[in-house]
Design a protein around this ligand. Sequence first.
Ligand code: GLN
Length: 464
Amino acid sequence: MTTSYIALRGAVERGEMTFTQAVERFLQQIQERNPHINALLEVYDIEALEQAHQWDAAWKVGQSLPPLAGLVYVHKDNIAVAGHKLSAASRILGGYVSPFDATVIERLRKAGAICIGRANCDEFAMGSSNENSAFGPVQHPYLEGYVPGGSSGGSAAAAAAGFCHVALGSDTGGSIRQPAAFCGLYGLKPTYGRVSRYGLIAYASSFDQIGPLARSLEDLIAVYEIIAGFDPRDATTAAEDIIPFSSDEAIPQRWALLSPEGMHPVVESAISSLVENLRSAGALVEKIDFPYWDYLIPTYYILTTAEASSNLARYDGVRYGHRTKEAPNMESLYARSRSEGFGREVKRRILLGTFVLSAGYYDAYYTKAQKVRRLLYDYTESLFESYDVIALPTSATPPFRLGEKTQDPIQMYLSDLFTVYANLTGHPSLQIPLHSYTGIQLIAPLFKENRLFAAAYALRHMGS
Ligand code: GLN
């Protein structure tokens, strides 16, 4: 029902529509569908309408509009927006209101974009189905009884259900790309260091990146170009220039395909018809025997839980959010506040993280995993000597049923097999929607996001 921002902007400029009408349509859609889908935890209706009025008024008197004036977006509940609640879908942050904007929010605000709400997610971004939220699971917007993916499941469901043009998510091991695939969207995990993490609640700091999810590739690129770039408040951001994407960007010709055994037939057939199209368009697509499948999940979970156990130490019942009602001493104040505030999955990961970092096991697990991470990076860089992009499925299966994997954390972890790769190496990765809520992700050399966009355009023209 909703068109893209690029289309809206054209309609406003031709006098056929107003920004206010667009916001009203989104609000109506939210009102009708959000109570069931549970994608948004909060809706900023009054603010959104006010800002839309402001841009309509500015346009009427002939002022020039900023680049994203009237673009409507939602933010995941782990990205800070000044004056609004922020909880990472956890009870432990109950009542916390952010006093500042994350850098991405500040940049979008300056560019004229309108934030319409806060999206549900897995607690502290830990999960693959959005069933770990303290505020209830998110429903897939089109497949009743199925998950939208996670951990940015609320963001994905909101963008797919027509609650906004673009949703912001965060991706530590696939949390933008996997829910984007499950909901039929584009989703970008930028190069590590490309987008500021200032104002993002940390899960695993050397993996986390903020990025956009959208139905429209143009809208996704427009938002990416605003949020990317060096930020003095995040020392891990890169100084590398952002070159605006143009359709002249060369289309990748040499594709390395990683396509393991045992995928769901629907994924298998989506990928093989895409490969056929590519080949008949003259591209070189070579299947690579990737030697590291067995190491991806263990390496990812050792390193991310280690970092998470350290990042989550700050939630102690003293500084933020939830504090236990009664505690005889300081020690038990910490213990009880944390026991009451964190959910099961978060506790599991803190335990795993402190275990792999403990004196007796540090070298056996943590140091070893760091070495594997380096090996993967080197291997990937060597692939880019012969190929322009790497392609692999985003998820081995289409969306699964709510409740199907909640009893078995290992099964849930395995669903991240294909996405954790790009976070381990830091390379940028774009999820491209294919039929039946499946997708393919492309990985490019560091800072070559534009190459991913060129590939996505090319695939779109081939009808994939
Ligand atoms: N599903 C993965 C995990 O649970 C990825 C999460 C994410 O990218 N934030 O860790």
